[in-house]
Design a protein around this ligand. Structure first.
Ligand SMILES: [Fe+2]
Length: 325
């Protein structure tokens, strides 16, 4: 496998021969942690709808979108420069259990009418993710349903983030990134579609490699920190970024990311072999502890992304949502 090319894996046989697909995915999981899948089963019209919603929402004035900031339910908006790294992007978080978005304080009212499409997209991505999780379990020598049984769709707070990298009237400070180098945290699997190139992935040999943007036929998959921890580093969570060089200030970019999360009460423990927990503290400060639940990890992660006081403020200001509201 070439070191400078993100692998492309055909998953058309995943329903009738999961083991053959698992075999193909194995090397990509252990080396890149990133790979494209083709024949991914996520309907193109749903993907297009999510990009339409993203563009419509991103066209609202920033002051309007800022009225519903992201909260501890992982629902709401954060604009350019609002995260800990001051990244030049905006992000609309659409997290929570299936059917729970309506009426959330973080949801801009203009998105209410799109909830059927958003929920349908979330479900389609979750179904594809569960199939990939079966491949990963096979790869690790576990029972095929080991991971899938901790990601039951109705019980998982899966997350969509609609991202917009706006263009500017003048160059922003050179030191600011479009999105700083990071690995994905609280999820097992990420499914990404993108309108344009710009994303770079750290290759197995330590070089930044541009990810192509080949359209809706190919979904870009990567593994999150949770699954890396769970798998004792056998499944790799890889750094990625968007620099100003890759996406200049006078260009914009849209992407839609789906993050498949374990069920909230899932206890995270290394399951195959052992792992030095201290070494699981990645450079941006996220930290695992043996036996912590996903919910506890998300609290830590949100503090890292949006500042130390984020979670405490939200606990006091946003009512806790009923699980099925
Ligand atoms: Fe990411």
């Amino acid at each position: 496998m070439a070191d400078k090319t993100i692998p492309i894996i055909d998953v058309s046989n995943i329903d009738n021969d999961v083991r053959s697909v698992a075999a193909k995915i194995t090397e990509a999981c252990a080396t890149w942690g990133f790979f494209f899948i083709k024949n991914h089963q996520i309907p193109h019209d749903l993907i297009q709808k999510m990009f339409d919603i993203n563009e419509e929402f991103s066209a609202l004035p920033l002051s309007e979108r800022n009225k519903h900031p992201v909260n501890k339910d992982q629902v709401g908006f954060k604009g350019p420069g609002d995260d800990a790294h001051k990244d030049e992007k905006s992000a609309m978080w659409l997290g929570g259990l299936p059917g729970s978005l309506s009426g959330n304080p973080g949801l801009h009212p203009s998105l209410e009418k799109h909830l059927p499409a958003i929920d349908a997209y979330k479900k389609a991505c979750a179904e594809m993710s569960l199939k990939l999780l079966r491949c990963f379990a096979i790869f690790l020598g576990l029972s095929e349903d080991f991971f899938a049984s901790h990601h039951r769709y109705e019980s998982s707070r899966n997350l969509i983030i609609m991202l917009h990298y706006p263009k500017f009237d003048a160059p922003p400070p050179k030191h600011s990134a479009r999105i700083s180098p990071h690995s994905d945290g609280s999820n097992s699997v990420t499914i990404l579609f993108q309108s344009a190139v710009g994303l770079e992935v750290l290759s197995p040999t330590g070089e930044w490699v541009q990810a192509p943007a080949p359209g809706f036929d190919h979904a870009l998959i990567n593994i999150g920190d949770v699954l890396q921890f769970w798998s004792c580093n056998k499944l790799k969570s890889t750094l990625h970024r968007i620099t100003q060089d890759q996406l200049p200030w006078d260009k914009e970019r849209y992407s839609v990311a789906f993050f498949c999360q374990p069920e909230p009460d899932t206890k995270l423990n290394p399951i195959v072999g052992d792992v030095d927990v201290e070494q699981m503290a990645v450079e941006d400060g996220k930290m695992f502890r043996r036996g912590m639940t996903l919910t506890e990890y998300i609290e830590e992660e949100m503090k890292v992304i949006y500042g130390q006081d984020f979670y405490d403020k939200q606990v006091q200001s946003v009512p806790v949502m009923a699980a099925t509201s």
